[in-house]
Design a protein around this ligand. Structure first.
Ligand SMILES: NC(=O)c1ccc[n+]([C@@H]2O[C@H](COP(=O)([O-])OP(=O)(O)OC[C@H]3O[C@@H](n4cnc5c(N)ncnc54)[C@H](OP(=O)(O)O)[C@@H]3O)[C@@H](O)[C@H]2O)c1
Length: 220
């Protein structure tokens, strides 16, 4: 295993990103893990370089050294305060960082998108996710993988009513997913599995563009 790679991770303080940062730090593949954060996380590790950045004023220096780019950024319209603010986090920042990192020499981009992502969707969230997928594809990374999880499962610091209701729905759906295979992709997925899949796919370095749907992620 090549242990001389540098990972760049956005969203390290989030549910998927937090699992991923520890997996990256433990991986033999990486000698350095750079996190882009808006406020310090106070994590200490010899391989870790935390860069506190202004996401509205990103510079080439913010992404310098990146080889594999992992994007776990995300918010909700409610958290962000408006559709425009949501789009910044879920669309503008991931694309800007992708562009800067590619110009700086990065060769892989791994994006957490969402089930139902579709640039033509009439649902704003799904449309934004479809658009971010397409705009990063257009950047031209040699290796680009999109991960489309269904509802993420895992312990959050804050309470999200929608997700708690979703967990009940997930329990009700479980027997159906066993009986009706097309329903499998709607089953909730552990955030740690998404993080494991991202590390595994990055390590395989498979050229081209790929999409992993939620049911593909369940095997991790
Ligand atoms: N939740 C679900 O069930 C679900 C389902 C399917 C897909 N997804 C998608 O999966 C991805 C990961 O989700 P998650 O639940 O792991 O995310 P999360 O826990 O909400 O974490 C989001 C990350 O984005 C960062 N972020 C949010 N607003 C920001 C801003 N204005 N500027 C800079 N950074 C900002 C957060 O940093 P701070 O700590 O600084 O806020 C955090 O690191 C997202 O793209 C989400 O849309 C989620």
């Amino acid at each position: 295993m090549n242990s001389s790679k540098t990972a760049l991770l956005m969203g390290a303080s989030g549910l998927v990103g937090n699992y991923l940062v520890f997996k990256l730090l433990q991986s033999d593949r990486y000698e350095k893990v750079i996190t882009l954060v808006r406020k310090p996380m106070h994590l200490k590790h010899p391989k870790l370089e935390e860069r506190v950045v202004d996401f509205d004023q990103l510079t080439p220096g913010d992404v310098a050294g990146a080889e594999d780019v992992f994007c776990c950024l995300g918010t909700t319209i409610r958290q962000a305060g408006s559709k425009e603010a949501f789009q910044k986090v879920d669309l503008v920042y991931p694309v800007q960082i992708g562009k800067l990192a590619l110009e700086a020499g990065a060769r892989q981009y791994l994006l957490v998108s969402s089930i139902g992502a579709n640039a033509q969707s009439s649902i704003f969230y799904s449309k934004t996710k479809g658009e971010v997928e397409a705009r990063i594809a257009a950047l031209g990374y040699p290796n680009y993988t999109i991960f489309r999880p269904s509802m993420l499962l895992g312990k959050r610091k804050e309470f999200r009513l929608g997700e708690e209701l979703g967990k009940v729905f997930d329990l009700l759906l479980s027997p159906l997913t066993l009986l009706v295979p097309p329903f499998r992709k709607y089953k909730g997925i552990q955030a740690s599995k998404v993080a494991s899949a991202m590390l595994d796919i990055a390590s395989q370095e498979v050229p081209g563009q790929h999409i992993l749907e939620s049911d593909d992620l369940q095997r991790y």
